[in-house]
Design a protein around this ligand. Structure first.
Ligand code: G6P
Ligand code: MG
Length: 222
């Protein structure tokens, strides 16, 4: 039986995935990496330093920067990103997600946030939903980022649930792989081709509810 939900943040609860992309595009231009849809999709859900490495590799220039220069590039990206999230308010919760959070909370499900972002706590505050969650995984305490299962395994632990009792919601392929690897039920929100490994798929957050999830063919298969 499903007893809890683990939510990705950027691109699931709020549209900050586009701010991450906007900020990384600037970094890519600075280091001379061509910005493509494929690179943008591959960066979703990936930790700050892993994202930078991916951008440098895509431009074949990962060896041209010292450790300090890389730290500086990541810092600059984060400063720019922080300006973009400065104006977030509860209005910026993605369509249907405030209602979904209330619905599952009201029905007694456990709720956790499984985001790779070190900015997650401040974003949850700005959106006015920080108090809804039983747990927020601290990404700084993890050994490996998405697509490794660790973050979603940790989310289940913090909710005191078995992975098979948890549904994970994600907008990134790295996140879907992490949920699947953890042994949880994956819900992919966004482009179907990009999220082909998701157990359950929705084109947008507006479609997400307890009844659309429970009514998915995935649950009648077993
Ligand atoms: C999330 C986003 C990624 C971002 C990562 C780290 O997973 O989807 O795009 O790179 O968090 O975020 P941070 O705010 O710590 O740089
Ligand atoms: Mg995301």
């Amino acid at each position: 039986d499903i007893k809890g939900f683990a939510f990705d943040l950027d691109g699931v609860l709020t549209d900050t995935a586009r701010f991450h992309a906007q900020a990384w595009k600037k970094t890519a231009e600075e280091v001379g990496t061509k910005w493509t849809d494929e690179l943008a999709a591959g960066l979703k859900g990936i930790s700050r330093m892993d994202s930078l490495e991916m951008i440098l590799k895509a431009g074949n220039c990962e060896h041209s920067y010292t450790h300090e220069q890389k730290a500086q590039l990541a810092d600059e990206k984060n400063e720019y990103y922080k300006k973009l999230i400065d104006t977030l308010t509860p209005e910026d919760i993605l369509p249907g997600m405030a209602e979904f959070l209330m619905e599952v909370k009201h029905k007694g499900y456990k709720l956790a946030v499984a985001s790779a972002s070190k900015n997650a706590p401040i974003i949850l505050e700005r959106l006015g939903i920080a108090d809804m969650f039983d747990a927020v995984v601290d990404p700084a305490a993890l050994k490996s980022g998405k697509p490794d299962p660790e973050i979603f395994v940790r989310a289940a632990e913090l909710m005191n649930l078995q992975p098979c009792e948890v549904i994970g919601l994600e907008d990134s392929i790295a996140g879907i792989k992490s949920i699947n690897g953890a042994g949880e039920v994956s819900v992919g929100i966004g482009d179907k081709d990009e999220l082909y490994e998701a157990a359950i798929h929705f084109a947008s957050t507006a479609e997400v509810s307890l009844s659309t999830i429970q009514g998915d063919p995935y649950f009648s298969k077993s």
